[in-house]
Write a protein that binds this ligand. Structure first.
Ligand code: C2O
Length: 288
């Protein structure tokens, strides 16, 4: 059976990820908006200052929305928290039943929709239907600078580039990241996500990052089921098993950015880099 839309009133979270969505709000069926332009997501390490300013402005407006608005940034990151880790329950005929969006074939489609609506709300807030999120291309193989294997400037830039900022800190920056991820030179090492390789070994690590991603997608994800993850239908227990990319590199990148925040189910989407990370997962799904 397919999953019904959950009732957001059934939030049993003791960790405050319940959102203040009124119970009168009814989910509506998705309709593809054919009048909207095709959005083209840029690679995060290649965007220019004008793009960064636009993205910062959109996120600033999202963060300024009151929490009575379901589109506020707080409500959006809470949605991720809510949909996993036994926070949200369906009423079924026999027993309350928790939803889990990780470690099953629900992983890719759920996160694709999540990123998609986040992107559309950002676009709406700046009244620019062409706006597309950047994807953080951490498996980028090019040895040329800038590279995707570091935190791209768009997320690392602390200063707000918007000309009339509400505050001077970029709305896309998150100061709770690890020192390696806060530094625009700190190199991601997918195989050792708790390390910070120096510039002298980074070339080797860059090649390994691309190699690990390839081996996971092509070698481990050798069938569609192995690639997407364990089957999960209404009534099954969630979280049966990872797809090929979910633990590595996806989980490694979460851990490398910040094990205390980006690696947690509860708080990860509260760092805007989450959405660039998942835009890359979305891209890798498409490549697969
Ligand atoms: Cu719901 Cu990258 O995780």
């Amino acid at each position: 059976l397919p999953f019904p839309a959950p009732n957001l009133d059934n939030c049993l979270s003791s960790e405050a990820c319940c959102t203040p969505i009124p119970s009168t709000a009814k989910p509506t069926k998705f309709k593809f908006q054919t009048h909207l332009p095709m959005r083209i997501r840029p690679a995060a390490h290649l965007v220019d200052d004008a793009y960064i300013a636009k993205y910062q402005r959109a996120m600033e407006l999202m963060k300024a929305l009151p929490d009575t608005d379901g589109r506020s940034f707080t409500n959006q990151w809470k949605i991720h928290c809510l949909y996993c880790d036994n926070h949200l329950y369906f009423e079924t005929e026999t027993h309350p039943y928790p939803l889990e969006i990780h470690k099953s074939w629900l992983f890719y489609p759920w996160h694709r929709l999540y990123v998609y609506f986040h992107e559309r709300i950002l676009a709406k807030l700046i009244d620019d239907d062409t706006f597309a999120l950047p994807f953080w291309n951490w498996d980028n193989q090019s040895p040329e600078l800038p590279q995707g294997n570091v935190v791209p400037k768009v997320y690392a830039e602390k200063r707000s580039l918007y000309t009339d900022p509400i505050n001077k800190t970029s709305s896309i920056y998150d100061e709770t990241r690890t020192p390696c991820a806060l530094s625009p030179e700190g190199f991601l090492d997918i195989q050792n996500p708790f390390s910070c390789p120096g510039a002298n070994v980074s070339e080797e690590v860059r090649a390994t990052n691309a190699h690990v991603t390839y081996v996971q997608a092509v070698g481990v994800g050798v069938t569609p089921l192995l690639f997407h993850g364990w089957p999960y239908r209404l009534g099954d227990e969630g979280g049966g098993g990872n797809g090929a990319l979910e633990a590595t590199p996806h989980g490694s990148v979460h851990a490398w950015v910040n094990a205390k925040k980006m690696l947690t189910f509860r708080d990860s989407a509260a760092d805007p880099i989450f959405f660039g990370h998942h835009a890359n997962m979305d891209r890798l799904w498409e490549v697969y």
